[in-house]
Design a protein. Structure first.
Length: 228
């Protein structure tokens, strides 16, 4: 999979090279390319923002640098997916990650300030499928942190990126439930015992117990997931 990221803070993404995705990059499973939006400006100050029409607080990202960046990054691309992290977008979920993990080429445009000139999204839809995606109902200063979360969530679903594929299925959210609790040695730690069933060797009973634990904690912590 090829992922292009456009940002005015490209060094945010240095940390991705350190995580498990670093290995996937070296082996070619993920071709991650980070770009500086200012490389598509043409004025001396490399200006990417301007005041909003209609007035109001803050600055808006100018459309032309974005259009040039998106044009260049999608040439020779069959069917790119253009993602814009935005608190006004659809919520990013595990199913969103699963969907995106099948895509050949993703371009992520990270906005800052009060956002990107709205016409950029219309223009982008002539180049590929556009998705505005939010991490959740809170406000970040820009799309960079959200983009990193999305890249990690999508990247680990690409076959070969996570060593043991079974560890993928048993995660929280893969089956719509929270994960069951995990324990390791020692079996008695600071007067706290590991649940006896896990020491029983009865794999059927352990699977049943774990499923009950998943249901119980989902009901208690995230009843909204059960309603879905
Ligand atoms: Cl994707 N962007 C910004 N700026 N804020 C957010 C977000 C995204 N998701 C939640 N808050």
């Amino acid at each position: 999979m090829r992922i292009d990221v456009v940002s005015i803070f490209p060094s945010y993404f240095d940390g991705l090279a350190l995580s498990l995705l670093g290995k996937a990059r070296e082996t070619g499973l993920i071709d991650l390319r980070i770009h500086d939006l200012r490389d598509w400006t043409d004025d001396r100050h490399r200006t990417v923002d301007d005041t909003p029409y209609g007035g109001g607080a803050g600055m808006v990202m100018k459309p032309e640098p974005w259009a040039r960046a998106l044009d260049e990054l999608t040439t020779d691309s069959e069917n790119p997916t253009l993602i814009f992290p935005s608190p006004a977008g659809e919520v990013f979920r595990q199913r969103t990650a699963r969907d995106l993990a099948h895509r050949e080429h993703i371009v992520i445009g990270c906005g800052r300030y009060e956002g990107i000139d709205e016409r950029v999204f219309e223009y982008a839809s002539t180049l590929g499928e556009v998705r505005l995606v939010s991490l959740g109902d809170y406000v970040l200063n820009g799309g960079e942190v959200a983009a990193m979360a999305m890249i990690e969530a999508v990247g680990r679903l690409i076959p070969g990126v996570v060593g043991n594929p079974e560890s993928l299925v048993e995660e929280s959210h893969e089956d719509g439930l929270l994960e069951y609790p995990s324990y390791t040695k020692p079996s008695n730690w600071r007067d706290r015992e590991v649940p006896g069933i896990l020491l029983s060797g009865n794999h059927g009973a352990i699977a049943t117990w774990r499923h009950e634990q998943q249901l119980e904690r989902t009901q208690r912590r995230r009843p909204d997931l059960l309603a879905d």
